[in-house]
Design a protein around this ligand. Structure first.
Ligand code: MN
Length: 377
């Protein structure tokens, strides 16, 4: 029996909406992952990058990592990892934070110096993330990689073109992936995915066990979040998804023309939910109304949610474009819009983006808006 648990993109230290509870959610999910590994008595855990959310993670994230990996070590389960783009050093003199865990014998980091690890007849190879600026080096390294035995897993954390419609950057094409590996366990992509290439190599994406960015909610609703148990006892591996018990997140619509009614029905709907209190992402529709009024009324939602946010405001309107005039109301948004379009000469789309930047709290969303503004998207 050879059973391996594939975990990826745990992003320890990620702190969404600048809230303590969101940071703790990510730690809690990681504890569940370690619980599962111990419960399933797997032969190894493989981690395909973005173990930490940052190259210099918060102390709490390092402490959680030490505690949890110690529990795994006590059970004799090795933890084999590569680094992702998030936890890779951004300066020459910095090091991978995984080195701290490696020093304690809690983790084996595969990078360009050490690329292999074996468990019985299973050969595990890996390459930590190489950015787009090193694409040619990456391709050379991949071209040289060959499995040492029939049962083999290659760990990678790279954007692969044509594999998934993912974000803005990729470093390699499908054809750049080395041939002959039984499984390519891929990190970087946060949604679960599995496909078989010509030649029989299975590409397996475990995804992130928590929701790291709001863009993952759609995938989470469809496929849930978790880890993958790989049974590699025979030459033909099987894959079982294990879901994590994460804080649920929902998208809700509130129409300002029937504000009370919509809020009431949301409260009714979610008051019957047991377990972790959800996060609600609100889309506002209907007539524009004073934000201060909305904000007060929305407080009702804190009864049934741990956190709620206005994700989209489809009620906002623009000041009349035909004449330059002082703002007709004291609305700060309107004043900013007028300044941006009439004085600073931004076009309407740019001005709207800048305005949304001011209101947005989610750093992933902010990155998206900045990319749009700077023409990357
Ligand atoms: Mn990631």
């Amino acid at each position: 029996m050879t059973r391996i648990l594939h975990v990826s993109d745990t992003h320890l230290g990620k702190r969404q909406y600048d809230r303590d509870f969101r940071e703790d959610d990510v730690y809690d999910t990681f504890k569940q992952v370690i619980d599962k590994a111990i419960e399933e008595k797997v032969d190894a855990v493989i981690h395909t990058g973005d173990f930490f959310d940052k190259n210099e993670p918060p102390n709490k994230a390092v402490l959680v990592a030490l505690k949890e990996l110690k529990r795994l070590k006590e059970k004799g389960i090795p933890f084999i990892a590569i680094a992702g783009d998030h936890d890779s050093p951004k300066r020459g003199s910095s090091i991978f934070p995984q080195r701290i865990l490696e020093e304690e014998g809690l983790l084996v980091l595969l990078d360009h110096q050490k690329t292999e690890y074996s468990i019985g007849d299973l050969n595990i190879q890996g390459l930590s993330h190489i950015p787009l600026t090193g694409a040619s080096v990456l391709k050379e390294r991949l071209a040289k990689m060959k499995p040492a035995s029939k049962k083999s897993i290659l760990l990678l954390h790279q954007g692969v073109r044509t594999l998934l419609p993912y974000q803005y950057s990729y470093q390699i094409d499908l054809s750049d992936l080395p041939k002959g590996f039984g499984i390519i366990a891929l990190g970087h992509f946060h949604d679960r995915f599995k496909t078989e290439l010509d030649g029989g190599t299975v590409i397996e994406i475990a995804g992130s066990p928590e929701i790291i960015s709001t863009s993952e909610i759609e995938g989470y609703e469809k496929n849930k979040k978790g880890i993958t148990l790989i049974d590699y006892s025979t030459a033909d591996p099987t894959f079982t998804y294990i879901n994590m018990d994460i804080r649920p997140q929902f998208e809700v619509v509130i129409n300002t023309d029937k504000l009370d009614n919509d809020i009431k029905s949301i409260v009714t709907k979610f008051s019957s939910i047991s377990g972790k209190k959800p996060i609600l992402h609100i889309t506002l529709e209907g007539s524009p109304v004073k934000k201060s009024l909305i904000v007060n009324r929305l407080r009702e939602l804190s009864k049934v949610s741990e956190y709620y946010r206005i994700a989209h405001d489809n009620t906002s309107y623009l000041p009349d474009q035909t004449e330059v005039r002082p703002p007709s109301s004291s609305s700060l948004d309107e004043m900013i819009m007028t300044y941006l379009t009439k004085v600073a000469n931004y076009n309407e789309t740019e001005a709207k983006l800048i305005l949304s930047l001011i209101h947005e709290e989610d750093d992933e969303e902010i990155t998206k808006i900045l990319k749009k503004l700077s023409g990357y998207e």
